[in-house]
Ligand binder design. Structure first.
Ligand code: DDQ
Ligand code: CA
Length: 251
């Protein structure tokens, strides 16, 4: 995992820049239905509604907390869709290895354009006028929403150690939340330094759905924070449930 705090091994001159890591646990507040057909790759609130992007035979869908059946869905054929973000106006949807970004607008959304980019697409979120993309490595890439031109990168580190396998993202509460693929951890990342400032243990969610999952790829993935209320939702790929969670500090 590479989640050790680095005490003892870190050179003395680095200690001054070490961040204080807050440890938190995601507690289940409420559970809602989620489609076991949804290979969740992106979850985001957009214009007061909840949208999900799914992989394999990709889709964009509007979902509700009342039923696992989507309210609206568009199939993308053989495209493996990934991270999903909003700038308030438009939805931006990544693809895993296809190198295509889809921009959607309107309700229900219609595809406005397709933009090419280099590299893999995993998670996506929107922060201060920029889209932030993960690609499975420890580097996040910042993009211009209009052209998807790369504007810079952010190296994600925990006490100097690069943290990779960053998957679904959510920019909220002044941090970037990032699912770590195949783990039950969500990182809180400082969007200006890339430092991991918080480590969220979401294993209670994995335990709650565990007995119903028999596929190794059915991992935690999907974080959305509702603007206004601050309500935080988490789910996973093919999970039968979507959870409202509360982050409690642990010591
Ligand atoms: N990702 O979420 C880590 C970006 C991709 C996960 C893909 C897992 C399924 C692999 C099956 C490949 C079949 C096209
Ligand atoms: Ca998200």
């Amino acid at each position: 995992m590479g989640m050790s705090n680095g005490c003892g091994g870190a050179p003395a001159h680095r200690r001054v820049t070490e961040n204080v890591l807050s440890r938190k646990v995601a507690r289940i507040v409420k559970e809602y239905p989620h489609s076991t057909e949804a290979f969740t790759q992106g979850l985001v609130f957009h214009q007061g509604r909840l949208f999900e992007s799914t992989g394999h035979q990709g889709t964009l869908r509007e979902i509700s907390l009342e039923s696992a059946t989507p309210l609206w869905m568009e199939r993308l054929g053989d495209i493996f869709a990934e991270g999903l973000a909003t700038d308030g106006e438009r939805l931006y949807q990544l693809t895993w290895t296809e190198g295509q970004l889809f921009t959607w607008s309107g309700l229900p959304p219609t595809r406005l354009r397709t933009t090419r980019y280099a590299g893999e697409g995993w998670g996506l979120c929107y922060w201060q006028g920029k889209l932030i993309r993960s690609d499975g490595s420890s580097t996040l890439t910042l993009h211009a929403p209009d052209t998807f031109e790369p504007l810079g990168t952010l190296e994600v580190t925990l006490n100097g150690q690069p943290q990779d396998q960053l998957n679904e993202l959510e920019c909220a509460n002044g941090v970037i939340y990032a699912n770590v693929w195949h783990s039950s951890y969500v990182l809180e990342i400082d969007p200006t330094t890339g430092h991991v400032t918080g480590l969220i243990d979401a294993s209670a969610l994995v335990r709650a759905v565990g007995p119903q999952l028999n596929r190794p790829d059915a991992v935690l993935n999907g974080i959305a924070v509702e603007p206004g209320t601050g309500r935080m939702l988490m789910t996973g790929k093919l999970w039968p449930k979507l959870f409202e969670v509360r982050l409690d500090p642990v010591d």
